[in-house]
Write a protein that binds this ligand. Structure first.
Ligand code: NI
Length: 175
């Protein structure tokens, strides 16, 4: 199996809104399979298509129950609040505590083209929100408060993320 190169912060593709998927066909399934491979290679728990340069509204994830894909996802409902130390495969080596809703109900289409509704609590909900942000060109940095964001951007300016170590951060999942 092959894998894609993961685009890192600074790549303009990460700032663009991805387009709806119109056909769930063989070509799309191959892209999804390669995304899953890429996500596992990088020890990620979630990967959005724009992170590998594919401008389509879909993401893969695996929080321990096997690889899944969600196509044309939309949030139905969110509940509660949860602070969590988030990492991102496109900002390797960096992590930030971000408050987001805790319980997330999301809808979308699966790999067989069937409409699904999924409820994600804690980590799974976090993955849904983080990946959905990627589809809208939003990075976790954009979820920081203005001062934190400024500090983070300053720090990132001097780092070559393409050369940054992708070694697993022990307690941080990369999304
Ligand atoms: Ni990410």
């Amino acid at each position: 199996m092959s894998s894609y190169q993961i685009r890192v912060f600074g790549d303009p593709v990460l700032k663009q809104r991805a387009k709806d998927v119109t056909d769930v066909d063989g070509a799309l399934v191959r892209v999804v399979n390669t995304m899953v491979e890429t996500m596992y290679d990088a020890s990620g728990v979630g990967l959005a298509a724009p992170q590998v340069g594919v401008q389509k509204r879909m993401f893969t994830y695996d929080v321990g129950d096997g690889a899944e894909v969600l196509i044309n996802p939309e949030i139905v409902e969110t509940e509660g609040e949860w602070a969590y130390e988030e990492g991102c495969l496109s900002i390797p080596g960096f992590h930030y505590e971000i408050v987001r809703p805790k319980l997330v109900t999301i809808t979308g289409v699966d790999i067989d083209g069937r409409e699904v509704v999924i409820q994600g609590d804690e980590l799974l909900g976090r993955v849904f929100l983080h990946e959905l942000d990627h589809l809208d060109g939003v990075l976790m940095l954009d979820r920081l408060d203005p001062d934190e964001r400024k500090r983070a951007l300053r720090e990132l300016r001097d780092v070559d993320l393409n050369a940054a170590s992708r070694e697993r951060l022990d307690d941080v999942r990369q999304l």
